[in-house]
Ligand binder design. Structure first.
Ligand SMILES: Cc1cc2nc3c(=O)[nH]c(=O)nc-3n(C[C@H](O)[C@H](O)[C@H](O)COP(=O)(O)OP(=O)(O)OC[C@H]3O[C@@H](n4cnc5c(N)ncnc54)[C@H](O)[C@@H]3O)c2cc1C
Length: 447
């Protein structure tokens, strides 16, 4: 039997772990996969993106756990490509490398006032309520009564839902204790969700939208005028199941809102043009919009101002470039052909591959990454089926030479157990996340 193929997968989110699974399956087990992550915790956005009240999706972690525990697969936490290791190091230790580092930076809106305190990237807020260690000490001023969430995708819906829920509704979830405490003090009572285009162009899935209408303590409303469809949108609502589903759900929210302590106002046909305020956000100026003959959004010259004290922008995610690896600055992905990285001149870069959001952009659900990763792995194994040069060193030698401490899978299990124990001690559901680096590192050591 040939020597096992040695592959490094950078990123332990769904794409990285589905790639590890595909490597094991497609080689019949004749592989050694090392999954590296900058965090001490595996599962990427399943842990730090998927909303805490989406428990069934979070349960995908249990499937991914089996991959990590499989024969031939190892986890190396707290190892960051670019900080601890370079691309050349990886190519020295492995036959091939798969980059699966995701896409977790918000796009900007490029409007005046965007940098005022109180104007926030949705990713920062998501990271905070999901207990990401980089956001553990973020402080959001929830003493304001009105908030605007800009964007009508699923992430915007998640953010609106978390703001509209009471702390008690989230007690059984895994959000860190300090987040529960901050949400318990929240005075936010009205959340505006704002879309530049109309209801037929909303990006959220019908299932996500429906959940907004089912919140026990929040009434939801959309004005009948915002629901008016131009002929092209009406035709789309006829032909497209997703659009039809969304319109049906939204139309159910046009009546008198229920009498509840919190309110969600969904507002279509409005483009944010300025965030107002001197020392902090005091309002959001919007221009009403319509679609022109070519289907593009255009301003109508009518304006309105919302008296909001916080603006959260959720207008798309993008990947960050990895040092030395080609990057498409317009599409924010690594240029590739079926996962094979392409150099700027269009030729293939040998032994380097991509999977997941960094390969195709931030689209699809968790499961989309499975077939995506399998495609990358098929191409990688096809390419490696020719002559292989033996790697120059091992990751262990490299870690030792640089004195780099790593978090092993066993260390992560210590942290996992500490979070489960914390939930029990607080009488709070299955798990309560530890969010601070220090507490996480301590728990990894089993202290
Ligand atoms: C807020 C939010 C909510 C979502 N909710 C849902 C949902 O409810 N249902 C659903 O199906 N999908 C949901 N998704 C989509 C889903 O999370 C993605 O499809 C999926 O996580 C993408 O997988 P990935 O592996 O490409 O990236 P990620 O999950 O982002 O994983 C990337 C991993 O790479 C690591 N990494 C990054 N840079 C480096 C580096 N330099 N060195 C080492 N490691 C690095 C990161 O720490 C991370 O663990 C949501 C996404 C977001 C943003």
């Amino acid at each position: 039997m040939a020597e096992p193929v040695r592959v490094a997968v950078i990123g332990s989110g769904p794409a990285g772990l589905y790639a590890a699974e595909a490597l094991v399956k497609q080689t019949g087990g004749n592989v050694r996969v090392d999954v590296l992550d900058r965090l001490p915790t595996p599962y990427g956005l399943v842990r730090y993106g998927v909303a805490p009240d989406h428990k069934s999706i979070k349960a995908i972690a249990r499937y991914l756990q089996k991959v990590l525990e499989g024969e031939g697969v190892r986890f190396f936490g707290c190892l960051e490509l670019g900080r601890d290791l370079t691309r050349a190091d990886l190519l020295d230790c492995y036959d091939a490398v798969i980059y699966a580092t995701g896409a977790m930076v918000d796009r900007h809106m490029a409007i005046p006032g965007e940098d005022l305190p109180g104007s926030i990237a949705a990713t920062d807020f998501v990271n905070w309520y999901c207990g990401h260690p980089d956001a553990a000490d973020h402080v959001f001023d929830l003493s304001v009564e009105e908030v605007a969430v800009i964007g009508v995708g699923n992430v915007a819906v998640d953010v609106v839902r978390i703001l509209a829920r009471t702390a008690d509704e989230l007690r059984e979830t895994d959000v860190p204790e300090q987040v529960i405490e901050a949400l318990a003090r929240s005075r936010v009572r009205r959340v505006h969700m704002i879309g530049r285009r109309g209801p037929a162009q909303a990006k959220f899935t019908t299932k996500e939208a429906r959940e907004l209408g089912e919140l026990p303590n929040a009434a939801i409303h959309v004005s009948p005028q915002d629901m008016e469809l131009d002929p092209a949108s009406a035709a789309l609502a006829e032909s497209d199941r997703h659009v039809r589903g969304n319109i049906k759900v939204l139309s159910g929210w046009t009546g008198e809102p229920a009498d509840r302590p919190r309110h969600i106002d969904v507002r279509f046909w409005r483009a944010p043009i300025e965030i107002l305020g001197t020392d902090r956000v005091e309002g959001l100026r919007l221009e009403k919009t319509r679609l022109d003959e070519t289907g593009r959004v255009t301003g109508t010259g009518e304006y309105e101002t919302l008296p909001v004290g916080m603006v959260l922008r959720s207008v798309g995610y993008q990947s960050v470039p990895l040092e030395g690896i080609p990057f498409d600055e317009r599409a924010y992905v690594v240029p590739n052909d079926g996962g094979r990285i392409l150099a700027p001149d269009g030729t293939r870069v040998p032994r380097e591959y991509v999977a997941g959001w960094i390969k195709r952009g931030p689209t699809g659900v968790v499961g989309t990454n499975k077939s995506d990763a399998a495609e990358t792995v098929r191409n990688l194994l096809d390419d490696l089926s020719g002559d292989r040069t033996a790697p120059g060193g091992t990751i262990e030698e490299l870690l030792e030479a640089r004195d780099l401490p790593v978090v092993t899978y066993a260390d992560w299990l210590n942290l996992d157990a500490a979070e489960i124990a914390l939930a029990r001690s607080l009488d709070r559901g299955e798990r309560v996340k530890l969010a601070r680096w220090e507490a996480m590192t301590k728990a990894c050591r089993g202290d």
